[in-house]
Design a protein around this ligand. Structure first.
Ligand code: NDP
Ligand code: MG
Length: 380
């Protein structure tokens, strides 16, 4: 039996992780954490019987305690609850599928407690990679990527131990506004931006995919996961999302991982690594596909990508500002408080005024997050 805990079990990655658990009969779920969707969390508790569950607010925790009073499950709340789930003693692997920087403290707690990490929560690595990677090494735990591009790169590196990576070719669909000018993007509404051409995901990452912020975060995520420089990560637009990413080696050989867009594959791969398990679903049909097209990323109309490279190359606390400003701006856009193009304007403005702290501690990262939020609140 494999035993896992899931942070963010009610979200897109969380629910697909539970589908993988259902399809394989040898994974036990020992702990679940969610934000506020206690109706779904209750159903999950009844189906998977974790020993521990957590929600964000104490009020919801009370409600949930009453709802599951007939079961043998402990309900916790807040950051203490998230950390309790991340360090639940029976779990071997923690799936980090919460959205945003809220994942930093629980991910660190899980690593310190010796848990392997199946990492979906890229914001944590983007903002605290310089702390997390050495911690992972020191604790001797595994950091297994769930993000589809990073899982692809990870699969391309199988058997290549010791061989140097020349370049990572990180593929991007380009999102729903690929080929648009900024003039055309002016009046984009929430509904337009929530339509992703190939992947069905949570709301925040869907907006991030449309602005290319997601790809920027993924460049920084790749840099930490695979120990390369920012300039060694090249974004390649590949609109059909068939090639999930590629690695070029020193001899010019390029390895790629292909497949239909289905997050269950990288999730299952992370849970069973290095074993492959059967997985139902569509298969690639090359006769139907006929061709795979490539384009250069459009840095001019998608300035978020240049800002991400700047943040990643500068390092220190600047990736935190890039990420925190985006988190706040996306939430304001989803609440219809700002226009679409303002998302990236906010990121740029927050980055410009920030005094970079090199090698920030966790406290300094969280302080930078707060300062970034305060700045945005004072201006927009
Ligand atoms: P969703 O918005 O679908 O889910 C987010 C999850 O986090 C929900 O379970 C939510 O709970 C929970 N959550 C939010 N706030 C809190 C909180 N304060 N405390 C505890 N739990 C909280 O996001 P996704 O599943 O799409 O994305 C999750 C992460 O995975 C992100 O970092 C994203 O970038 C990454 N990722 C996602 C992919 C995808 O295909 N979806 C692909 C690659 C990476 P509730 O719903 O109950 O509020
Ligand atoms: Mg991805």
């Amino acid at each position: 039996m494999r035993r896992i805990a899931i942070l963010g079990s009610t979200g897109s990655i969380g629910t697909q992780t539970l589908e993988v658990v259902e399809q394989n009969k040898d994974i036990e779920v020992t702990a679940l954490a969610a934000g506020s969707n206690i109706r779904l969390l209750e159903q999950q508790i009844r189906k998977f019987h974790p020993r521990l569950a957590a929600v964000w607010s104490e009020e919801k925790a009370k409600e949930l305690r009453t709802a599951v009073a007939d079961l043998d499950v402990r309900i916790e709340a807040g950051m203490d609850g998230l950390i309790a789930v991340a360090t639940e003693e029976k779990a071997q692997t923690v799936v980090t599928a919460v959205v945003g920087m809220i994942g930093i403290l629980p991910t660190i707690a899980a690593i310190q407690a010796g848990r392997d990490i199946a990492l979906a929560n890229k914001e944590t690595l983007v903002t605290a990679g310089h702390l997390i990677i050495p911690m992972v090494k020191e604790q001797g735990v595994r950091l297994l990527p769930v993000d589809s591009e990073h899982s692809a790169i990870f699969q391309c590196l199988n058997g290549e131990h010791g061989n140097r990576i020349q370049k990572i070719l990180l593929t991007a669909s380009g999102g729903p506004f690929r080929g648009w000018t900024r003039e055309q993007m002016k009046n984009i509404q929430v509904e337009d931006a929530l339509k992703h051409p190939n992947w069905s995901m949570g709301r925040k990452i869907t907006i991030d995919s449309s602005t290319m912020v997601n790809k920027g975060l993924e460049v920084m995520e790749a840099r930490w996961l695979f120990g390369v420089e920012m300039d060694q990560v090249q974004v390649v637009v590949q609109p059909q999302s068939v090639i999930h990413s590629m690695v070029e080696f020193e001899d010019g050989a390029v390895m790629a991982q292909l497949g239909t867009p289905d997050m269950k594959l990288p999730i299952q791969y992370a849970l069973y690594y290095p074993e492959r398990r059967p997985l139902a679903g569509d298969r690639l049909d090359f006769w139907k596909l006929k061709e795979i097209r490539f384009e250069k990323p459009d840095f001019e109309n998608f300035p978020a990508l240049s800002l991400a490279y700047r943040a990643g190359k500068t390092g220190g606390s600047l990736p935190t500002v890039f990420n925190a400003a985006n988190e706040r701006a996306v939430s304001m856009f989803l609440n219809r408080k700002i226009g679409y193009l303002t998302i990236v304007d906010i990121i740029e403005s927050a980055m410009e005024r920030h005094q970079v702290i090199s090698d920030p501690s966790v406290e300094q990262i969280l302080e930078t997050e707060r300062e970034t939020y305060d700045y945005i609140e004072s201006r927009w």
